[in-house]
Write a protein that binds this ligand. Structure first.
Ligand SMILES: [Ca+2]
Length: 372
């Protein structure tokens, strides 16, 4: 009995499941052990590590919770109201680069408006079990979404400016080429929501000054490259044509004019796969994997994987590792096939392990480390 209690206490202290419950998977870095850090989540969408090791986790329904030692807190007060419908709800959460000093976080979510939802971003100060000083710093303008294609990943650059991905709302794909609204764009704003003066369309008549790049379909992955400082992102294609792009100022990424997929009906969408003045992805998938979440790995636990880009897959139900040579993808490794989980988010933990969020009504945060 004493032994059983001690074992249970050890599990609680580390916050991970007992080793007996860990699943193992083969990989190019040896055998991987997959353990549950915390369960009982409803469609977790994103998570962030607080400096003390606790996890801040969003659930699509609109809850923001903290996990510590394998236990979930009650939902934090002060989260903006979200439109939890279809794909929409509470999405990304990111800590400010100076979080240790200012306790500031950023949230992306579907904000309810007349006729549907718009992608919005708020900043707030995390104070115990609540958010204080909550302020919306961006809201998309353009025809609202009925529930699909909100984008909603945030990445903060070294200069503090925030990148935010949006979607084309599924029914308005041509708007991704229209600079007069925020559909199908990457947005760049300062942490107070103001427009940086060097944004590419500042001063152009009829163009939204918050736009950084355009011609995107629906991006649920974004990260700053640790060496170059450039924004990398991926986006969902239709039937085929998911892409990884290096997302640069003022550029047109082609949707829906060019691409590598077809419509769900089988109908043709694109004029061609390339066109002058439109960027090519550095990687695309046919058939689609439905990418969500993105992280560059820089840890010590997987020495061979340093510099790799990790991408979660929803429909693909796996974790994808892209080996890079500079700005080229040289190989793809498909991991955790057989786990049979939709992967919504992937991050590197402070311990050098990889962490995933699984997207379902019994969602979990998983820790991936070398098997002992
Ligand atoms: Ca494209």
């Amino acid at each position: 009995m004493k032994f059983v209690l001690a074992a249970a206490a050890a599990v609680l202290a580390t916050g991970v499941a007992a080793p007996a419950t860990a699943q193992t998977f083969k990989s190019s870095a040896g055998e991987l052990a997959v353990e549950t850090v915390v369960g009982g989540l409803s469609h977790p969408w994103a998570f962030a590590f607080l400096p003390d090791g606790r996890l801040l986790i969003t659930e699509r329904s609109g809850r923001l919770r903290i996990a510590a030692d394998g236990k979930l807190s009650a939902p934090l007060a002060g989260v903006p109201r979200v439109l939890a419908r279809g794909q929409g709800g509470l999405h990304d959460v990111v800590l400010d680069r100076d979080f240790a000093q200012n306790q500031t976080i950023y949230l992306c979510y579907a904000e309810p408006v007349d006729g549907g939802g718009e992608t919005a971003m708020a900043r707030a100060r995390l104070s115990g079990d609540r958010l204080e000083d909550v302020r919306r710093i961006f809201r998309q303008e353009g025809p609202p979404s009925g529930g699909n294609h909100y984008g909603c990943r945030i990445a903060q650059a070294a200069d503090g400016n925030l990148f935010l991905t949006t979607g084309d709302h599924f029914t308005y794909r041509d708007e991704a080429q229209n600079l007069a609204n925020h559909l199908g764009k990457t947005i760049r704003v300062a942490p107070d929501g103001s427009v940086p003066r060097d944004n590419p369309f500042v001063g152009r008549a009829g163009a939204k000054p918050e736009i950084w790049s355009y011609g995107h379909r629906n991006s649920q992955g974004a990260a700053i490259h640790p060496q170059s400082g450039k924004l990398w992102m991926h986006e969902h294609g239709p039937r085929g044509g998911d892409e990884v792009n290096i997302d640069e100022t003022g550029k047109n990424y082609g949707w829906p004019v060019i691409g590598y997929g077809i419509d769900y009906s089988g109908a043709k969408i694109h004029e061609a796969t390339s066109k002058p003045g439109m960027e090519q992805p550095i990687k695309y998938w046919v058939p689609s994997i439905a990418p969500s979440g993105m992280a560059f790995y820089q840890g010590d636990l997987f020495q061979n994987w340093r510099g790799s880009l990790f991408v979660g897959a929803l429909a693909g139900q796996m974790l994808v590792r892209l080996q890079l040579d500079g700005e080229k993808v040289v190989s793809e490794e498909r991991l955790l096939q057989g786990l049979a989980e939709r992967i919504r988010d992937v991050r590197q933990g402070p311990d050098g392990a990889l962490y995933l969020a699984t997207d379902n009504s019994a969602g979990r945060i998983l820790r991936i480390a070398p098997a002992k």
